[in-house]
Design a protein. Structure first.
Length: 722
């Protein structure tokens, strides 16, 4: 038990079918049969652990069976292959006699059971290898290992000087074979075989599919050899050690320096290169946004140096507008404002602070007249019901009566997502009066629809791991806290997706800041969403846990005044039947089996060709891509389709390789997982190790870089230059 609940999530939910490979664990079919009374407990299928009836009958023992879908299981089985024989210690003595021999108790003897005897006598294989592993040499110049007998050191050195290793033979192969330079050192054994007598690489006549080239793991304490190994994993055209040491025309002194120049080590050179490249075509304002993004996501080691080296391009127009003395301070003030989106400040980054008058720093981040104009334009887009909702909100904001509700939930229809206009209209109306509004959403994509929207996590600093006593990581005497105190309205879109404990943490935060023991500190808060859509995601959670995690099941929900609309803003008359069908599904009026309309699964032989054959990728526009997408159920299938689309796209391919590392200072952790193993992983939320790009290809952003600029997780972008 953990926190009063079973750590294995029992009881499970009843199911009519088995769902495979969900986070590595199958979700088994569990029929809703009559419960069975076992002692004082009533047991049904929800409490049954995975088992195999044949094994239970065969061995007459408790045997729980589960699908092994983790790399840990591979390590566990591998250990058993090479662990050696079974051992036992046996002692025979007379009954009633006591003869304690401490040394004998540690004596180890081999235990041979009947099963092992049968297996050995029949000469069955104890293990089997499906692949051939070729060990490749990794050594520094003139430092290959030598095996010799005492007194024959000189002869051994002479032989080693004449004999090539797999590494030096690879250099010669790249010189003499035109096709070899396209193959990395670790992949060479798939296409070439090493001659045992000469150690030369010869092209394979057949096979190679089940051959793996392995570079031995090198300790990071063996510094130069360790960095040589990292370079060999990436470079493929070198003909000597000097070639490996040469990066972009620069002959490095050490392999560590070569790794640094190649971008394989932590450092700020890549960020300097990014800003230098962007300065050629981006405005100073765009450069400052990029600077803030780099500080927020790039793990810059020396932010002050990054500022000093790029100060001229970052504050160019401020220098022309003001002076060389005050221009940089205006640029720093702008960067300070941008950094708030990443929960950072110049002070936290140990950067120069802003030296400007308080009146300049406290200027409003919106224009009142412009906000009034935008509010008037929105008035024409909304119907009477929506305008009435906004009037209710304005009354709550500016009416100080005690009985005026302050908490509202606006339920928009799952098929009429255009109601976000109502949120923006309310924001413009309040800002048009000179007051602040904080629009947030549960996801980055939803935040892009709100004017100035951000994710709720970034605004309130809610923790990732929530519990009943979670608190927001926001200090009272900060700019963010002052903004929360000053705001008149908090808009929270896609609220049903958020765990109730996040709302409780925000409730505690606002009560602490305002010193007012009312829900959300007496602030007017408007939640929006549809509970028929996505509920909070509970890792491996049952239906019961999922339902218990959303706001409707908590007493705080009773404090909310509900607002509903009956008129649809988006659908034309011809689409209303489809909308009604969606609502029937949401209300569970369609039965347990749902028949999709025929237009939902048209017969498509080649979806890639059908979607993109009429597009000129070299000059593609966002409008041409609008409405074209291929949806898949898992990342593996998605990568396969992406690669096919990239092959379909004309132009030269550019490959960018990632630098993967263990986020641990423990040396043992770094040695446990070789770099090539890390390269083979593609965790959720990270791009592949080899990122292949072409001009005109479509990519998707995986980080909430700047939701206010529509740069968030899920934003689709077009590559225009590489």
């Amino acid at each position: 038990m953990r926190d009063g609940q079973c750590c294995k999530s029992f009881p499970k939910q009843f199911r009519d079918d088995t769902e495979e490979n969900v986070n590595g664990y199958p979700i088994y079919r569990r029929r809703a049969t009559e419960p069975v009374q076992v002692g004082k407990y009533s047991i049904d299928n929800r409490w049954v652990v995975p088992y195999n009836p044949w094994l239970l009958k065969k061995f007459n023992a408790h045997i729980n069976v589960e699908v092994c879908a983790s790399v840990k299981s591979v390590k566990y089985l591998y250990k058993y292959v090479y662990k050696g024989h079974d051992a036992a210690s046996v002692k025979i003595q007379k009954e009633g006699a006591l003869n304690h021999d401490e040394i004998l108790s540690f004596d180890e003897g081999r235990y041979v059971s009947a099963l092992v005897s049968m297996w050995r006598l029949n000469e069955f294989n104890l293990s089997h290898k499906s692949h051939t592993v070729v060990r490749l040499a990794v050594h520094l110049p003139q430092q290959q290992p030598i095996v010799y007998q005492d007194g024959q050191e000189a002869e051994a050195i002479q032989r080693a000087a004449l004999r090539k290793t797999t590494l030096t033979s690879w250099f010669e192969l790249n010189k003499n074979d035109p096709s070899a330079p396209n193959i990395s050192y670790s992949d060479i054994p798939q296409y070439y075989v090493s001659d045992k007598s000469t150690t030369n690489w010869k092209k394979r006549q057949r096979g190679g599919q089940n051959v793996i080239g392995r570079l031995p793991v090198v300790s990071i304490l063996d510094t130069e050899r360790y960095y040589l190994r990292r370079l060999l994993l990436r470079k493929s055209e070198d003909i000597s050690f000097d070639d490996i040491l040469t990066v972009n025309g620069l002959r490095c002194i050490t392999f560590q320096q070569a790794c640094q120049e190649y971008g394989l080590l932590r450092g700020d050179q890549q960020w300097h290169d990014a800003l230098n490249e962007a300065a050629q075509f981006q405005s100073p304002r765009q450069l400052r946004m990029l600077f803030a993004m780099i500080c927020g996501f790039g793990e810059v080691e020396d932010v002050p140096d990054l500022w000093v080296q790029h100060q001229v391009s970052l504050c160019e127009h401020f220098v022309h507008r003001y002076s060389e003395q005050t221009g940089p301070h205006y640029a720093l003030a702008d960067i300070e404002e941008l950094l708030t989106s990443y929960n950072l400040s110049l002070q936290k980054l140990h950067s120069p602070t802003v030296d400007l008058p308080a009146s300049v720093l406290e200027r409003a981040n919106f224009d009142v007249v412009e906000e009034q104009s935008k509010a008037n334009s929105y008035t024409m887009q909304l119907n009477s019901e929506q305008r009435n909702v906004v009037e209710i909100l304005l009354s709550a904001v500016y009416n100080n009566a005690v009985d005026t509700p302050k908490c509202y939930f606006f339920r928009w229809s799952c098929w009429d997502r255009k109601n976000f206009c109502l949120f923006n209209f309310a924001s413009h109306k309040i800002r048009g009066r000179g007051d602040d509004v904080i629009p947030v959403a549960s996801t980055g994509i939803a935040a892009t629809l709100l004017i100035g929207g951000r994710t709720a996590h970034s605004v309130f600093k809610t923790p990732i791991d929530l519990n009943a006593t979670s608190t927001c990581n926001l200090k009272p005497n900060t700019k963010e806290a002052a903004m929360l105190l000053k705001t008149k309205l908090i808009v929270w879109d896609e609220a049903p997706m958020t765990h109730v404990q996040a709302f409780l943490a925000v409730d505690r935060l606002l009560q602490d800041l305002t010193k007012f023991k009312e829900p959300f500190g007496g602030k007017v808060i408007l939640l929006g969403g549809d509970f028929r859509q996505v509920l909070p995601v509970i890792l491996r959670g049952s239906r019961t846990l999922t339902v218990a995690s959303f706001l409707k099941k908590h007493a705080l929900w009773l404090k909310f005044h509900k607002l509903y609309l009956t008129k649809n803003m988006r659908a034309l008359e011809s689409k209303r039947d489809f909308g009604a069908w969606l609502l029937d599904i949401g209300e569970k009026k369609s039965g347990s089996t749902i028949q999709l309309p025929l237009q939902c699964y048209p017969s498509i032989q080649d979806p890639i060709h059908q979607l993109y054959s009429d597009i000129v990728f070299s000059s593609v526009t966002p409008q041409e891509l609008k409405g074209r997408a291929v949806l898949t159920v898992n990342n593996e299938r998605s990568m396969e389709i992406n690669n096919k689309v990239l092959e379909f796209t004309p132009g030269n391919e550019t490959v960018y390789k990632a630098v993967d590392m263990i986020m641990s200072e423990d040396l043992q952790d770094q040695l446990t997982f070789p770099e090539e193993y890390l390269n083979s992983l593609t965790p959720t939320g990270l791009p592949p190790y080899e990122l292949k790009l072409k001009i005109g290809c479509i990519i998707m952003l995986l980080r909430n870089l700047a939701p206010s600029k529509a740069l968030c997780n899920g934003t689709r972008l077009i590559i225009t230059k590489v």
